[in-house]
Design a protein around this ligand. Structure first.
Ligand SMILES: Nc1ncnc2c1ncn2[C@@H]1O[C@H](COP(=O)(O)OP(=O)(O)OP(=O)(O)O)[C@@H](O)[C@H]1O
Ligand SMILES: [Mg+2]
Length: 414
Protein backbone atom coordinates (compact mmCIF):
# COMPACT_ATOMS: atom_id res chain seq x y z
CA UNK A 1 0.00 0.00 0.00
CA UNK A 2 1.26 3.43 -0.84
CA UNK A 3 0.99 6.10 1.74
CA UNK A 4 1.50 9.70 0.93
CA UNK A 5 3.97 11.51 3.04
CA UNK A 6 2.84 13.68 5.81
CA UNK A 7 3.95 17.04 4.49
CA UNK A 8 4.31 18.57 7.93
CA UNK A 9 7.09 16.28 8.93
CA UNK A 10 9.49 18.46 7.01
CA UNK A 11 9.57 22.06 6.00
CA UNK A 12 8.58 22.31 2.41
CA UNK A 13 11.06 24.19 0.33
CA UNK A 14 9.39 27.45 -0.63
CA UNK A 15 11.30 27.66 -3.89
CA UNK A 16 9.95 24.31 -4.99
CA UNK A 17 6.35 24.44 -6.03
CA UNK A 18 6.18 20.96 -7.45
CA UNK A 19 3.65 18.53 -6.07
CA UNK A 20 5.60 16.18 -3.89
CA UNK A 21 4.68 13.14 -2.03
CA UNK A 22 8.09 12.39 -0.79
CA UNK A 23 10.31 13.37 2.00
CA UNK A 24 13.15 13.65 -0.42
CA UNK A 25 11.48 16.67 -1.95
CA UNK A 26 12.32 18.67 1.07
CA UNK A 27 15.41 16.75 1.97
CA UNK A 28 16.34 14.26 4.59
CA UNK A 29 17.35 16.82 7.09
CA UNK A 30 14.70 19.40 6.37
CA UNK A 31 17.26 22.15 6.64
CA UNK A 32 18.23 24.80 4.16
CA UNK A 33 16.74 25.59 0.82
CA UNK A 34 18.66 22.85 -0.94
CA UNK A 35 18.56 20.14 1.67
CA UNK A 36 19.13 17.29 -0.72
CA UNK A 37 22.38 18.54 -2.06
CA UNK A 38 25.27 16.58 -0.70
CA UNK A 39 28.94 17.46 -0.97
CA UNK A 40 29.08 15.53 -4.22
CA UNK A 41 26.21 17.51 -5.61
CA UNK A 42 25.19 20.96 -6.59
CA UNK A 43 25.52 23.00 -3.44
CA UNK A 44 29.16 22.11 -2.94
CA UNK A 45 29.79 22.98 -6.54
CA UNK A 46 27.82 26.16 -6.38
CA UNK A 47 29.77 27.16 -3.31
CA UNK A 48 33.03 26.44 -4.99
CA UNK A 49 31.94 28.32 -8.08
CA UNK A 50 30.76 31.19 -5.92
CA UNK A 51 34.17 31.63 -4.39
CA UNK A 52 35.49 31.73 -7.94
CA UNK A 53 38.60 29.79 -7.09
CA UNK A 54 37.87 26.10 -6.81
CA UNK A 55 35.75 26.05 -9.98
CA UNK A 56 38.34 27.81 -12.09
CA UNK A 57 41.10 25.60 -10.71
CA UNK A 58 39.22 22.37 -11.15
CA UNK A 59 41.16 20.04 -13.40
CA UNK A 60 37.98 19.18 -15.21
CA UNK A 61 35.12 21.55 -14.46
CA UNK A 62 31.57 20.31 -14.91
CA UNK A 63 30.07 21.18 -18.27
CA UNK A 64 27.61 23.65 -16.72
CA UNK A 65 30.52 25.56 -15.15
CA UNK A 66 32.89 25.27 -18.07
CA UNK A 67 30.31 26.54 -20.54
CA UNK A 68 28.33 28.75 -18.18
CA UNK A 69 28.69 31.78 -20.48
CA UNK A 70 27.35 29.92 -23.51
CA UNK A 71 24.47 28.50 -21.52
CA UNK A 72 23.58 31.93 -20.16
CA UNK A 73 23.68 33.48 -23.65
CA UNK A 74 21.46 30.73 -25.00
CA UNK A 75 18.98 31.10 -22.13
CA UNK A 76 18.81 34.87 -22.66
CA UNK A 77 18.06 34.63 -26.36
CA UNK A 78 15.94 31.51 -26.38
CA UNK A 79 12.31 32.47 -26.89
CA UNK A 80 11.02 29.04 -27.85
CA UNK A 81 8.80 27.06 -25.48
CA UNK A 82 10.63 25.15 -22.76
CA UNK A 83 9.35 21.90 -21.27
CA UNK A 84 8.67 22.10 -17.53
CA UNK A 85 11.82 22.85 -15.52
CA UNK A 86 14.04 22.89 -18.58
CA UNK A 87 16.56 25.71 -18.58
CA UNK A 88 16.46 25.86 -22.38
CA UNK A 89 14.12 24.91 -25.19
CA UNK A 90 14.90 21.68 -27.04
CA UNK A 91 16.11 23.79 -29.97
CA UNK A 92 18.56 25.68 -27.74
CA UNK A 93 19.79 22.45 -26.15
CA UNK A 94 20.54 21.07 -29.63
CA UNK A 95 22.30 24.31 -30.56
CA UNK A 96 24.37 24.08 -27.38
CA UNK A 97 25.49 20.59 -28.35
CA UNK A 98 26.04 21.14 -32.06
CA UNK A 99 27.25 24.73 -31.95
CA UNK A 100 26.04 27.76 -33.86
CA UNK A 101 25.86 31.54 -33.83
CA UNK A 102 23.15 33.34 -31.89
CA UNK A 103 21.30 36.42 -33.20
CA UNK A 104 23.52 38.71 -31.10
CA UNK A 105 26.66 37.16 -32.55
CA UNK A 106 27.54 34.93 -29.60
CA UNK A 107 29.34 31.87 -30.90
CA UNK A 108 28.33 28.55 -29.36
CA UNK A 109 31.11 26.02 -29.70
CA UNK A 110 30.18 22.56 -30.96
CA UNK A 111 30.43 19.95 -28.21
CA UNK A 112 29.33 16.99 -30.28
CA UNK A 113 30.45 16.55 -33.86
CA UNK A 114 28.11 14.20 -35.64
CA UNK A 115 24.73 13.90 -37.32
CA UNK A 116 22.33 16.68 -36.24
CA UNK A 117 19.41 14.29 -36.32
CA UNK A 118 20.95 12.14 -33.58
CA UNK A 119 21.11 15.09 -31.23
CA UNK A 120 17.60 16.19 -32.12
CA UNK A 121 16.19 12.73 -31.40
CA UNK A 122 18.11 12.53 -28.11
CA UNK A 123 16.89 15.92 -26.93
CA UNK A 124 13.31 15.27 -27.99
CA UNK A 125 13.28 11.94 -26.19
CA UNK A 126 14.15 13.69 -22.95
CA UNK A 127 11.12 15.94 -23.36
CA UNK A 128 8.86 12.87 -23.49
CA UNK A 129 8.11 10.27 -20.87
CA UNK A 130 10.70 7.90 -22.25
CA UNK A 131 14.25 7.73 -21.00
CA UNK A 132 17.28 7.98 -23.26
CA UNK A 133 19.81 5.20 -23.82
CA UNK A 134 23.01 6.24 -25.57
CA UNK A 135 24.64 3.22 -27.13
CA UNK A 136 27.87 2.87 -29.07
CA UNK A 137 31.38 1.51 -29.21
CA UNK A 138 33.87 2.91 -26.69
CA UNK A 139 34.97 6.48 -27.18
CA UNK A 140 32.00 7.68 -29.23
CA UNK A 141 31.17 10.46 -26.75
CA UNK A 142 28.30 8.76 -24.94
CA UNK A 143 29.38 10.03 -21.54
CA UNK A 144 30.30 13.39 -23.01
CA UNK A 145 26.92 13.87 -24.70
CA UNK A 146 25.04 12.75 -21.61
CA UNK A 147 26.92 15.25 -19.44
CA UNK A 148 26.24 18.12 -21.83
CA UNK A 149 22.58 17.20 -22.21
CA UNK A 150 22.11 17.22 -18.44
CA UNK A 151 24.01 20.49 -18.15
CA UNK A 152 21.95 22.22 -20.82
CA UNK A 153 18.58 20.87 -19.74
CA UNK A 154 18.89 20.97 -15.95
CA UNK A 155 21.98 23.08 -15.32
CA UNK A 156 23.37 20.18 -13.31
CA UNK A 157 25.28 17.23 -14.73
CA UNK A 158 26.32 15.82 -11.38
CA UNK A 159 23.35 13.57 -10.59
CA UNK A 160 25.28 10.54 -11.71
CA UNK A 161 25.28 6.84 -10.90
CA UNK A 162 28.35 5.00 -12.14
CA UNK A 163 27.37 1.52 -13.17
CA UNK A 164 29.68 -1.35 -12.25
CA UNK A 165 29.28 -5.04 -11.53
CA UNK A 166 29.10 -4.02 -7.88
CA UNK A 167 26.51 -1.24 -8.12
CA UNK A 168 23.98 -1.91 -5.33
CA UNK A 169 20.30 -1.10 -5.40
CA UNK A 170 20.93 1.72 -2.92
CA UNK A 171 22.91 3.59 -5.55
CA UNK A 172 19.77 3.85 -7.64
CA UNK A 173 17.12 4.04 -4.89
CA UNK A 174 18.33 5.38 -1.55
CA UNK A 175 20.54 4.35 1.32
CA UNK A 176 20.71 5.01 5.02
CA UNK A 177 23.01 6.90 7.30
CA UNK A 178 23.68 4.03 9.67
CA UNK A 179 24.58 6.13 12.69
CA UNK A 180 21.23 7.89 12.41
CA UNK A 181 19.41 4.70 11.59
CA UNK A 182 20.73 2.91 14.68
CA UNK A 183 20.14 5.88 16.95
CA UNK A 184 16.66 6.85 15.79
CA UNK A 185 15.37 4.15 13.50
CA UNK A 186 14.26 4.76 9.92
CA UNK A 187 13.42 8.41 9.49
CA UNK A 188 13.83 11.12 6.93
CA UNK A 189 16.95 12.24 8.74
CA UNK A 190 18.53 8.85 8.21
CA UNK A 191 17.61 8.58 4.53
CA UNK A 192 20.39 9.15 2.01
CA UNK A 193 18.79 9.83 -1.39
CA UNK A 194 20.44 8.52 -4.54
CA UNK A 195 21.14 10.87 -7.44
CA UNK A 196 18.13 9.38 -9.21
CA UNK A 197 15.86 10.11 -6.24
CA UNK A 198 17.14 13.66 -6.12
CA UNK A 199 16.52 14.15 -9.81
CA UNK A 200 12.98 12.81 -9.37
CA UNK A 201 12.13 15.24 -6.63
CA UNK A 202 13.88 18.20 -8.25
CA UNK A 203 12.54 17.54 -11.73
CA UNK A 204 15.96 17.28 -13.32
CA UNK A 205 17.94 14.86 -15.45
CA UNK A 206 19.79 11.98 -13.78
CA UNK A 207 22.51 9.96 -15.48
CA UNK A 208 23.38 6.29 -15.25
CA UNK A 209 26.75 5.38 -16.73
CA UNK A 210 27.45 1.93 -18.14
CA UNK A 211 23.97 0.60 -17.48
CA UNK A 212 24.72 -2.87 -18.83
CA UNK A 213 27.52 -3.44 -16.35
CA UNK A 214 24.98 -3.28 -13.53
CA UNK A 215 23.60 -6.67 -12.45
CA UNK A 216 20.20 -7.37 -14.01
CA UNK A 217 18.21 -7.36 -10.76
CA UNK A 218 19.64 -3.99 -9.80
CA UNK A 219 18.91 -2.61 -13.28
CA UNK A 220 15.31 -3.60 -12.80
CA UNK A 221 15.02 -1.13 -9.94
CA UNK A 222 14.70 1.40 -12.73
CA UNK A 223 11.54 -0.15 -14.13
CA UNK A 224 9.20 1.29 -11.47
CA UNK A 225 11.01 4.59 -11.59
CA UNK A 226 10.70 4.88 -15.35
CA UNK A 227 7.22 3.48 -15.83
CA UNK A 228 5.41 4.52 -12.65
CA UNK A 229 7.60 7.60 -12.09
CA UNK A 230 7.64 6.87 -8.40
CA UNK A 231 10.12 5.55 -5.90
CA UNK A 232 8.52 3.89 -2.89
CA UNK A 233 10.20 4.04 0.52
CA UNK A 234 8.46 1.15 2.32
CA UNK A 235 10.44 1.71 5.53
CA UNK A 236 8.81 5.11 5.94
CA UNK A 237 5.52 4.30 4.28
CA UNK A 238 6.23 7.00 1.75
CA UNK A 239 7.05 7.48 -1.86
CA UNK A 240 8.82 10.06 -3.92
CA UNK A 241 6.88 11.08 -6.98
CA UNK A 242 8.92 12.25 -9.93
CA UNK A 243 8.01 15.81 -10.80
CA UNK A 244 7.84 17.16 -14.33
CA UNK A 245 11.26 17.71 -15.77
CA UNK A 246 12.62 14.43 -14.44
CA UNK A 247 14.18 12.06 -16.90
CA UNK A 248 17.10 9.72 -17.17
CA UNK A 249 20.02 9.31 -19.57
CA UNK A 250 21.80 5.98 -19.52
CA UNK A 251 24.90 5.03 -21.46
CA UNK A 252 25.94 1.55 -22.48
CA UNK A 253 28.88 0.22 -24.34
CA UNK A 254 28.52 -2.05 -27.35
CA UNK A 255 31.48 -4.07 -26.19
CA UNK A 256 29.77 -4.93 -22.92
CA UNK A 257 26.94 -6.57 -24.79
CA UNK A 258 26.24 -9.89 -23.20
CA UNK A 259 27.72 -8.95 -19.84
CA UNK A 260 24.36 -7.97 -18.40
CA UNK A 261 21.84 -7.75 -21.16
CA UNK A 262 19.19 -5.08 -20.69
CA UNK A 263 15.95 -6.80 -19.80
CA UNK A 264 13.27 -6.32 -22.43
CA UNK A 265 11.04 -4.73 -19.81
CA UNK A 266 13.64 -2.08 -19.19
CA UNK A 267 14.56 -1.68 -22.83
CA UNK A 268 10.98 -0.76 -23.59
CA UNK A 269 11.28 2.24 -21.29
CA UNK A 270 14.20 3.65 -23.24
CA UNK A 271 14.58 5.23 -26.63
CA UNK A 272 17.92 4.03 -27.90
CA UNK A 273 20.19 6.37 -29.80
CA UNK A 274 23.33 4.87 -31.28
CA UNK A 275 26.32 7.20 -31.45
CA UNK A 276 28.42 6.37 -34.53
CA UNK A 277 32.16 6.55 -35.02
CA UNK A 278 33.19 9.74 -36.86
CA UNK A 279 32.29 9.16 -40.48
CA UNK A 280 35.28 10.85 -42.10
CA UNK A 281 38.90 11.42 -41.24
CA UNK A 282 38.26 15.16 -41.40
CA UNK A 283 35.49 14.93 -38.82
CA UNK A 284 37.70 12.90 -36.54
CA UNK A 285 40.62 15.32 -36.92
CA UNK A 286 38.21 18.12 -36.06
CA UNK A 287 36.99 16.33 -32.91
CA UNK A 288 40.48 15.42 -31.75
CA UNK A 289 41.92 18.90 -32.31
CA UNK A 290 39.03 20.59 -30.51
CA UNK A 291 39.31 18.37 -27.48
CA UNK A 292 43.10 18.49 -27.40
CA UNK A 293 42.97 22.30 -27.45
CA UNK A 294 40.47 22.28 -24.61
CA UNK A 295 42.33 19.79 -22.47
CA UNK A 296 45.67 21.41 -23.34
CA UNK A 297 44.43 24.77 -22.13
CA UNK A 298 43.58 23.38 -18.72
CA UNK A 299 47.02 21.75 -18.53
CA UNK A 300 48.91 24.80 -19.86
CA UNK A 301 50.21 22.85 -22.84
CA UNK A 302 51.42 24.56 -26.03
CA UNK A 303 48.79 25.36 -28.66
CA UNK A 304 48.22 22.77 -31.33
CA UNK A 305 48.50 24.63 -34.69
CA UNK A 306 52.05 23.51 -35.39
CA UNK A 307 51.15 19.94 -34.62
CA UNK A 308 48.06 19.52 -36.77
CA UNK A 309 49.87 17.39 -39.35
CA UNK A 310 51.06 15.06 -36.63
CA UNK A 311 47.54 14.84 -35.29
CA UNK A 312 46.29 13.98 -38.76
CA UNK A 313 48.75 11.10 -38.93
CA UNK A 314 47.67 9.74 -35.54
CA UNK A 315 44.04 9.81 -36.69
CA UNK A 316 44.98 8.13 -39.97
CA UNK A 317 46.86 5.33 -38.19
CA UNK A 318 43.93 4.77 -35.83
CA UNK A 319 41.32 4.79 -38.57
CA UNK A 320 43.27 2.43 -40.80
CA UNK A 321 43.91 -0.10 -38.05
CA UNK A 322 40.33 0.16 -36.84
CA UNK A 323 38.79 -0.40 -40.24
CA UNK A 324 41.31 -3.03 -41.33
CA UNK A 325 42.17 -1.32 -44.61
CA UNK A 326 44.43 1.56 -45.70
CA UNK A 327 42.86 4.87 -46.72
CA UNK A 328 43.49 4.20 -50.39
CA UNK A 329 41.65 0.92 -49.99
CA UNK A 330 44.57 -1.04 -51.45
CA UNK A 331 46.01 -2.90 -48.47
CA UNK A 332 44.06 -5.07 -46.09
CA UNK A 333 45.22 -4.89 -42.50
CA UNK A 334 44.68 -6.89 -39.36
CA UNK A 335 42.96 -4.98 -36.57
CA UNK A 336 44.41 -4.99 -33.07
CA UNK A 337 42.38 -6.02 -30.01
CA UNK A 338 42.05 -2.50 -28.59
CA UNK A 339 39.31 -0.12 -29.74
CA UNK A 340 41.54 2.70 -31.05
CA UNK A 341 38.73 5.12 -30.39
CA UNK A 342 38.64 8.84 -30.93
CA UNK A 343 39.06 9.18 -27.19
CA UNK A 344 42.35 7.31 -27.41
CA UNK A 345 43.57 9.48 -30.28
CA UNK A 346 42.81 12.48 -28.06
CA UNK A 347 44.95 11.12 -25.25
CA UNK A 348 47.82 10.14 -27.56
CA UNK A 349 47.98 13.68 -28.95
CA UNK A 350 47.58 15.29 -25.52
CA UNK A 351 50.36 13.09 -24.17
CA UNK A 352 52.50 13.99 -27.17
CA UNK A 353 51.96 17.70 -26.58
CA UNK A 354 53.01 17.27 -22.96
CA UNK A 355 56.21 15.50 -24.08
CA UNK A 356 56.90 18.27 -26.59
CA UNK A 357 56.30 20.92 -23.93
CA UNK A 358 58.45 19.39 -21.22
CA UNK A 359 61.19 17.64 -23.17
CA UNK A 360 61.09 19.17 -26.64
CA UNK A 361 60.73 22.58 -28.21
CA UNK A 362 56.96 22.74 -27.78
CA UNK A 363 56.22 21.57 -31.32
CA UNK A 364 54.48 18.23 -31.69
CA UNK A 365 56.60 15.78 -33.67
CA UNK A 366 56.57 12.11 -34.62
CA UNK A 367 58.81 11.18 -31.71
CA UNK A 368 56.28 12.67 -29.26
CA UNK A 369 53.36 10.56 -30.44
CA UNK A 370 55.14 7.30 -31.30
CA UNK A 371 55.13 5.87 -27.78
CA UNK A 372 51.48 6.82 -27.31
CA UNK A 373 50.46 5.15 -30.57
CA UNK A 374 52.34 2.01 -29.62
CA UNK A 375 50.66 1.94 -26.20
CA UNK A 376 47.20 2.35 -27.71
CA UNK A 377 47.70 -0.24 -30.44
CA UNK A 378 49.55 -2.94 -28.53
CA UNK A 379 47.16 -3.91 -25.75
CA UNK A 380 47.77 -7.62 -26.02
CA UNK A 381 51.57 -7.96 -26.06
CA UNK A 382 51.59 -11.08 -28.19
CA UNK A 383 48.91 -10.74 -30.87
CA UNK A 384 48.84 -6.95 -31.19
CA UNK A 385 52.60 -6.65 -31.53
CA UNK A 386 52.49 -8.76 -34.68
CA UNK A 387 49.66 -6.64 -36.09
CA UNK A 388 51.59 -3.48 -35.31
CA UNK A 389 54.86 -4.71 -36.84
CA UNK A 390 53.09 -5.67 -40.04
CA UNK A 391 51.43 -2.28 -40.27
CA UNK A 392 54.66 -0.49 -39.51
CA UNK A 393 56.62 -2.30 -42.21
CA UNK A 394 53.92 -2.56 -44.86
CA UNK A 395 52.29 0.84 -44.52
CA UNK A 396 54.16 3.40 -42.41
CA UNK A 397 57.54 2.60 -43.94
CA UNK A 398 56.31 2.84 -47.52
CA UNK A 399 54.28 6.02 -47.22
CA UNK A 400 55.68 9.26 -48.63
CA UNK A 401 56.68 11.74 -45.97
CA UNK A 402 56.23 9.30 -43.11
CA UNK A 403 59.90 8.35 -42.67
CA UNK A 404 60.18 10.30 -39.41
CA UNK A 405 57.14 8.52 -37.99
CA UNK A 406 58.49 5.17 -39.13
CA UNK A 407 61.83 5.83 -37.41
CA UNK A 408 60.23 7.09 -34.22
CA UNK A 409 57.92 4.08 -34.06
CA UNK A 410 60.79 1.67 -34.73
CA UNK A 411 62.72 3.23 -31.91
CA UNK A 412 59.97 2.76 -29.33
CA UNK A 413 58.90 -0.65 -30.67
CA UNK A 414 62.32 -2.20 -30.31
N1 LIG B 1 31.63 12.79 -32.18
C1 LIG B 1 32.29 13.40 -31.19
N2 LIG B 1 32.12 14.71 -30.97
C2 LIG B 1 32.79 15.34 -29.98
N3 LIG B 1 33.63 14.74 -29.13
C3 LIG B 1 33.85 13.43 -29.29
C4 LIG B 1 33.19 12.69 -30.34
N4 LIG B 1 33.61 11.41 -30.27
C5 LIG B 1 34.47 11.34 -29.24
N5 LIG B 1 34.61 12.54 -28.65
C6 LIG B 1 35.48 12.85 -27.51
O1 LIG B 1 35.97 11.62 -27.02
C7 LIG B 1 36.14 11.70 -25.63
C8 LIG B 1 35.64 10.44 -24.98
O2 LIG B 1 34.28 10.36 -25.06
P1 LIG B 1 33.44 9.58 -23.97
O3 LIG B 1 34.23 9.31 -22.75
O4 LIG B 1 32.17 10.32 -23.81
O5 LIG B 1 33.20 8.22 -24.71
P2 LIG B 1 32.22 7.03 -24.32
O6 LIG B 1 31.42 6.76 -25.55
O7 LIG B 1 31.51 7.33 -23.06
O8 LIG B 1 33.26 5.87 -24.12
P3 LIG B 1 33.18 4.60 -23.16
O9 LIG B 1 32.28 3.62 -23.85
O10 LIG B 1 34.60 4.13 -23.13
O11 LIG B 1 32.66 5.05 -21.84
C9 LIG B 1 35.44 12.95 -25.16
O12 LIG B 1 36.43 13.84 -24.75
C10 LIG B 1 34.74 13.49 -26.37
O13 LIG B 1 34.87 14.86 -26.44
MG1 LIG C 1 31.53 6.50 -21.17
Amino acid sequence: MRVSVDPMSVEPDPSESAPMHGSAAAGPDGRGSEPLRTPAGGSARAGAGGSGRAASEALRPHAEDDFAAELAALAAQDDRPRPARWRLSPWAVATYLLGGTLPDGTVISPKYVGPRRIVEVAVTTLATDRALLLLGVPGTAKTWVSEHLAAAISGDSTLLVQGTAGTPEEAIRYGWNYAQLLAHGPSQDALVPSPVMRAMSEGTVARVEELTRIPADVQDTLITILSEKTLPIPELGQEVLAVRGFNLIATANDRDRGVNELSSALRRRFNTVVLPLPESAEAEVDIVSRRVEQIGRSLDLPALPDGIDELRRVVTVFRELRSGVTVDGRTKLKSPSGTLSTAEAISVVTGGLALAAHFGDGVLRASDVAAGILGAVVRDPAADRVVWQEYLEAVVRERDGWTDLYRACREVSA
